[in-house]
Design a binder for this molecule. Structure first.
Ligand code: 8YV
Length: 333
């Protein structure tokens, strides 16, 4: 590592304050046009950089990493989910990977709660109706556009990490009953505080929930965790919300079950083949789709950028960066 400023290549535009600070501290190359980089551009970037700062729109796989120059020592991901980075391949090459956990927990949990409310209460359907067909609205009606009550309903959280727990706290305040599936139960004190029920068996939990919220990271172990078989276990009156990663749900199977009325509705902020979305999901009025907005607050994105800077600074100063991610320790987000 040279004593001069490290060469840092950032793959997308970041909040202005973050970019300014990065340019002060490092020899930083920004992506002014903000177009997601092609595989070739990523390969050129890893060949040249000391540090790469990618986002969820960049696939840093074995092929891209095979182009890495000797200089590339750190991939400081702007985001918590590191599923688009081949952690094994990076580790084998001695490249450290960091992420930005913690600072997007509350924003993502808020968006999850918004979807938990929006889908059963037909919030988007009602708003779109007024925007597009206001002339048809004859005023209040006792039986029109009824949804379902949230209070008292069973919420099944898949993945009780930081975000899952933050969702549970919010849902408790709305009077929901908290259930969760996780690799292991949360500490007894937290479970008691949330009056939460732990399900070792995801299958058994799914069959009993009114709303399921996906809050686990996407890893090889969670790819299609919500498979066709498992989705079919859900009650026809139940809803599913996903603010984690599209790949955790078999999107084709979900689309079919929604069309057949075997799942009552869905709130999706993430998609299996992002940015592509199955047109049948878009056309289904019982599905609320959002363009991956979970962490999309100015405060959150600035805090993510600050974390990226701290990780680069610490690493370049010869310390262990605070948010190092190891291949076999994909933490719950
Ligand atoms: C980020 C996310 O904005 O952090 C994550 O894992 O899903 C998003 O909310 C995105 O990943 C940025 O790279």
């Amino acid at each position: 590592m040279s004593a001069s400023k490290p060469r840092v290549i950032v793959t997308r535009r970041l909040p202005e304050r973050v970019e300014t600070r990065m340019c002060e501290l490092f020899d930083t190359e920004l992506n002014i046009k903000d177009r997601p980089m092609s595989e070739k551009q990523l390969m050129d970037a890893v060949a040249e950089a000391d540090v790469l700062v990618p986002t969820v729109t960049d696939i840093i796989d074995e092929k891209v990493l095979s182009a890495a120059g000797e200089n590339l020592r750190l991939i400081a991901n702007f985001g918590t989910g590191v599923d688009k980075i081949d952690l094994e391949a990076a580790n084998t090459r001695g490249i450290t990977v960091t992420n930005t956990p913690g600072v997007l927990t509350e924003d993502t949990a808020d968006m999850t709660m918004a979807l938990i409310l929006a889908v059963p209460r037909r919030l988007v359907q009602g708003a779109v109706f007024l925007q597009q067909r206001v002339e048809e609205w004859e005023g209040w009606s006792p039986t029109w556009m009824l949804g379902h009550r949230i209070t008292g309903k069973r919420l099944g959280i898949v993945g009780m990490g930081r975000i899952g727990t933050a969702v549970a706290h919010r849902a408790r305040a709305f009077g929901m009953q908290i259930h969760y599936h996780n690799r292991r139960p949360v500490p007894a004190g937290l479970e008691a505080e949330l009056e939460a029920t732990y399900w070792d068996s995801l299958d058994q939990m799914l069959a009993r929930m009114d709303i399921v919220s996906v809050n686990c990271p996407h890893t090889p172990a969670t790819y299609h965790l919500l498979s066709k078989r498992r989705l079919a276990l859900m009650k026809p009156t139940s809803y599913i919300v996903n603010t984690a990663r599209g790949e955790v749900i078999d999107e084709t199977a979900l689309t079919q079950l929604l069309e057949k009325g075997l799942i009552a509705g869905a709130g999706l902020d993430v998609f299996e083949h992002e940015p592509a979305i199955n047109p049948k999901l878009l056309a289904n009025e019982r599905v609320v789709v959002l363009p991956h907005l979970g962490s999309a607050t100015i405060e959150g994105r600035e805090a993510m950028g600050d974390k990226v800077i701290i990780n680069i600074k610490m690493f370049m100063d010869g310390h262990l960066p605070p948010d190092r991610v190891l291949p076999d320790t994909c933490r719950d987000s």
